[in-house]
Design a protein around this ligand. Structure first.
Ligand SMILES: [Zn+2]
Length: 305
């Protein structure tokens, strides 16, 4: 690759990341083919997502720009779990069984030039969330796969489980699996709740979290029925067992906290919700919180009181 082409590769990629940053800052978490086509980036008209196959190299570039993994329900195929090695790196399968297929060569170019890519991760219910920048760090040609590093991805929106991760067999392997699940989980849960806190209906996406009912560090699945969209305040209160949610979708506040006297945040932000139904629930019944999971979590809330 000439120095000029390398500059062009980087300029287009950085413009694509900046575009994605702006979209996400405006609350967009899930992207379609249409959303990411016909963009003008670094002076080029470009598409960011593959249409048919999993690997995409626009005509203007020599190296692949993005890869894609379609959504599969947890438990059917577990798209990430089996593909993360004990070293914590994901293995992305080559196209077909010819390592020199032009799409595989495009990935090899991204590896050789160490240029960053976008990874489109399928979201439950449709569309894709974007993980970027990711890097290819090795090739295992005998196994027809590339080794993917996602460590460089800045993830301020990621919610870490408050439970401890098991250190077996590999801490880094568990972290990578969690990180791969987190962004599509967030996209699916925020969409199901129309980007609003289930408790108070607050709507600023950068102050909203996708909370797990059964925590992911404790084996909870990254599916919409194990999720709740909560604002930062209500998420923290939920995790600290200050706020509980009954299997009938009613909010309860810890008895001690109900008695406290403080400013308007405590009174209006916490105490006033005691006994109220959740303000926001997914329109589709199939996406509403699993009542058995809520029951277990509610028991933990009662036990902490
Ligand atoms: Zn809230």
């Amino acid at each position: 690759m000439t120095p000029g082409q390398r500059l062009r590769e980087l300029a287009i990629r950085h413009a694509a990341f900046a575009w994605l940053d702006r979209q996400r800052a405006a609350g967009k978490e899930t992207f379609s083919q249409e959303d990411t086509s016909g963009l003008t980036l670094a002076g080029e008209t470009i598409r960011l997502m593959p249409t048919q196959q999993g690997i995409w190299k626009p005509g203007q570039l020599d190296a692949a720009l993005s890869i894609r993994t379609v959504y599969r329900p947890e438990g059917t195929d577990r798209p990430y779990a089996d593909a993360v090695g004990v070293d914590g790196f994901y293995r992305y399968k080559m196209r077909g069984d010819d390592p020199n297929h032009y799409q595989n060569r495009a990935l090899r170019a991204a590896l050789a030039e160490r240029v960053p890519l976008i990874w489109w991760l399928g979201v439950q219910g449709g569309g894709y969330s974007a993980l970027y920048p990711i890097y290819l760090v090795n090739e295992e040609q005998a196994d027809l796969q590339f080794v993917v590093d996602i460590e460089a991805v800045p993830q301020p929106d990621i919610v870490w489980p408050s439970t401890e991760l098991k250190l077996d067999p590999s801490y880094r392997q568990q972290l990578t699996k969690l990180r791969l699940h987190q962004r599509p989980f967030r996209a699916a849960v925020l969409r199901a709740y129309q980007t609003a806190c289930a408790v108070c209906s607050f709507r600023h996406s950068d102050l909203l979290d996708a909370a797990h009912i059964h925590e992911d560090g404790a084996g909870g699945l990254p599916v919409v029925t194990n999720g709740l969209t909560l604002c930062k305040m209500h998420h923290a209160a939920f995790d600290r067992r200050i706020l509980g949610i009954t299997p009938g979708f009613e909010v309860r506040i810890n008895a001690e906290v109900l008695k406290e006297i403080d400013g308007p945040m405590l009174r209006h932000g916490i105490q006033d919700f005691h006994g109220k139904q959740l303000m926001v629930l997914p329109q589709r019944r199939s996406e509403r919180p699993d009542r058995d999971l809520l029951e277990t979590r509610y028991q933990a809330f009662l036990d902490a009181s």
